[in-house]
Design a protein around this ligand. Structure first.
Ligand SMILES: Nc1ncnc2c1ncn2[C@@H]1O[C@H](COP(=O)(O)OP(=O)(O)O)[C@@H](O)[C@H]1O
Ligand SMILES: [Mg+2]
Length: 292
């Protein structure tokens, strides 16, 4: 019997599937691919009841689309689905391989800005590592999973000439922004000059970045992350072989166009928790994932 496959959308309590997922659900309907919605808060609270909307038959293979979950919550969801007799397409270790910077950055080598990290919130160690490995600022600071780019100057960007105290303030800003979601430890990266876009976002500069979706080791779709008019064919994806370096069947790479020409990988992330850019028709992605 063929494995039944579908998409499992995770959402918060009392929240409708957001616009992006609504669009994806329409595409899935048009392709005849089943999808379900689950209440993530309920799943993470340990209620097996949360999966009651799944089809009665067992043995389904679900592609997760929803909130970015930390590794513990990813495992909780994985176990709940497994307990029910189904599975998720992407395993927790594969989610981690694409979502946690200390896992993916070494696999990318020089394709991504040089980075150092600590295993906890030891900001003294982060300063020393950064000074010795990266050289002087400018730097970009984040945690293993996310940045606080919304608080750019307070919690992410360390300008040229910043001293130990200025660095400590940015680290404290990051902790304050993340609250109890601070994950892993500090990451400090060499700041690279990306091509700026003339948009204003909440408190941070906007650069020309493009999101590439990888499925089973190959790029299957890409689009500008922001509203710029340069959608290009798949053959033009920089780093088409990147997928072979990452131990996950479904992830995204955010590429930054360098001000001086060329590209760098700004970030990888799990495919399940990454929005598709507005200019990317979800059909392009799902037609490759669910070809028949
Ligand atoms: N090393 C870097 N050099 C220049 N800009 C960066 C660098 N790292 C991040 N940025 C900018 O900050 C934004 C947010 O950083 P990112 O690591 O993608 O965190 P997140 O998306 O989790 O908030 C990026 O989209 C990019 O515009
Ligand atoms: Mg990002």
């Amino acid at each position: 019997m063929a494995v039944r496959r579908g998409v499992l959308f995770g959402r918060g309590s009392g929240q409708e599937v957001d616009d992006g997922y609504d669009r994806e659900a329409h595409v899935l309907d048009s392709m005849g691919v089943p999808w379900v919605e689950v209440d993530l808060e309920e799943v993470l609270d340990g209620g097996s009841e949360a999966l009651r909307h799944l089809p009665r038959s067992r043995g389904w293979s679900w592609l997760y689309r929803g909130w970015l979950l930390n590794p513990d919550d990813t495992t909780t969801l994985w176990e709940a689905v497994l307990e029910r007799g189904d599975r998720l397409v992407v395993q927790p270790s594969e989610v981690a391989a694409a979502a946690l910077l200390p896992e993916w950055a070494p696999a990318l080598g020089g394709l991504t800005p040089a980075s150092v990290w600590t295993e906890d919130d030891d900001e003294e160690e982060a300063w020393e590592l950064a000074c010795s490995v990266l050289g002087p600022p400018p730097w970009f600071v984040r945690d293993h999973l996310k940045s606080a780019r919304q608080w750019w100057a307070r919690a992410a960007y360390v300008p040229a000439g910043a001293d130990r105290e200025a660095f400590a303030r940015v680290c404290a800003g990051l902790r304050a922004f993340m609250e109890d979601r601070f994950h892993g430890g500090f990451v400090v990266r060499r700041f690279v000059e990306l091509a700026p876009l003339p948009f204003v976002a909440q408190g941070h500069p906007v650069f020309d970045e493009h999101r590439v979706i990888y499925w089973r080791g190959r790029p299957i779709a890409w689009a500008p992350y922001h509203d710029v008019d340069d959608v290009e064919p798949l053959e033009r994806v920089p780093f088409p072989d990147l997928g072979r370096r990452v131990a996950s069947p479904f992830f995204v790479a955010d590429l930054g166009r360098l001000a001086g020409g060329g590209w760098t990988v700004i970030e990888l992330n799990d495919g399940g928790s990454s929005r598709f850019p507005d200019q990317l028709d979800p059909w392009e992605v799902y037609a490759r994932i669910f070809p028949d």
